[in-house]
Design a protein around this ligand. Structure first.
Ligand code: BTN
Length: 266
């Protein structure tokens, strides 16, 4: 069982209080419940296993018990609601920084905030918020990272599309230490966002995403768009120049696939 004391960061903005639950439906739901009754910013909730773990776009997040990190962080930023996407992008940057600086991996962010290594997903982020009168009341940052997951723990169909830190390093990782490192990275970027350094966060996101000029297809829910990526704008929307119409589309939600250049036929 994870140790809350080992993850907690006394006196810091995020993670001053950490609750570890052996099992819950979803750490995001659990933390939202606490946010509704006035829990303070920086409260962190971690679960060994989730029975209703949720992903983006209504998907399920599956993570075997005791292997990975399923963590939600409560933020109460003084930001207009339309800037909430900044926190979603910031979380992806913090995960990429943690993986690179602490574990020597070469991560890449896939818009909006999946984190992949060698093209395989090892982290997903689900940010959920409540707004009042156009301002953010609170935002729950839900982060799932595959840490000690082995390929054989996954259903066959996921083995080629998912990976974990341990699978990439060839050794197990200390889950509490990873959680602490990640909270440290989120806090550093969060404080810098608060201090007005959003352009730096966005620039870091673009560096980790390496998506500008890439050809992609995006399933938007209202159709498939294929084209070249211009980048991500101030609101976190993906700007893609549609190959067919040459018009620029702003995409707010969807699934991105990179289109590989066709191999020359011999
Ligand atoms: C995605 O890739 O679609 C996002 C996955 C987010 C999973 C995390 S695990 C902790 C938190 N609790 C949840 O129910 N979901 C997020």
């Amino acid at each position: 069982m994870l140790s809350a004391e080992t993850i907690a960061r006394s006196g810091r903005r995020l993670g001053h209080t950490v609750l570890v639950m052996p099992e819950t439906g979803s750490t995001n739901d659990e933390l939202r419940g606490r946010a509704e009754v006035g829990a303070p910013e920086g409260l962190v909730l971690v679960a060994e296993t989730q029975t209703r773990g949720r992903g983006r776009l209504g998907r399920t997040w599956v993570s075997p018990a005791g292997k990975n990190l399923a963590m939600s962080v409560l933020l109460r930023p003084r930001l207009p609601a339309e800037h909430s996407f900044r926190l979603t992008l910031l979380a992806g940057v913090a995960v990429a920084e943690t993986l690179a600086q602490g574990y020597g991996l070469e991560p890449r962010i896939k818009w909006p905030n999946d984190v992949l290594v060698r093209g395989r997903k090892l982290c997903g982020i689900l940010a959920e918020m409540k707004t009042t009168g156009g301002a953010l009341d609170y935002l729950v940052l839900g982060i799932g990272v595959n840490l000690n997951l082995r390929p054989e723990d996954l259903p066959e169909e996921l083995r080629t599309i998912a990976t974990s830190v341990a699978a990439e390093l060839g050794r197990p990782v200390a889950r509490e230490e990873f959680a602490r490192n990640l909270l440290e990275a989120i806090e550093a970027r969060y404080l810098s966002l608060e201090a007005g350094h959003w352009p730096e966060v966005l620039a870091a996101w673009h560096r980790w995403a390496a998506i500008q000029g890439q050809e992609v297809t995006v399933e938007t829910g209202s159709g498939l768009i294929q084209g070249l990526v211009r980048g991500v704008d101030e609101d976190g929307a993906l700007r893609v120049v549609d190959r067919r119409t040459q018009a620029e589309c702003r995409i707010l939600a969807g699934d991105v696939q990179y289109v590989r250049a066709a191999k020359p036929s011999l």
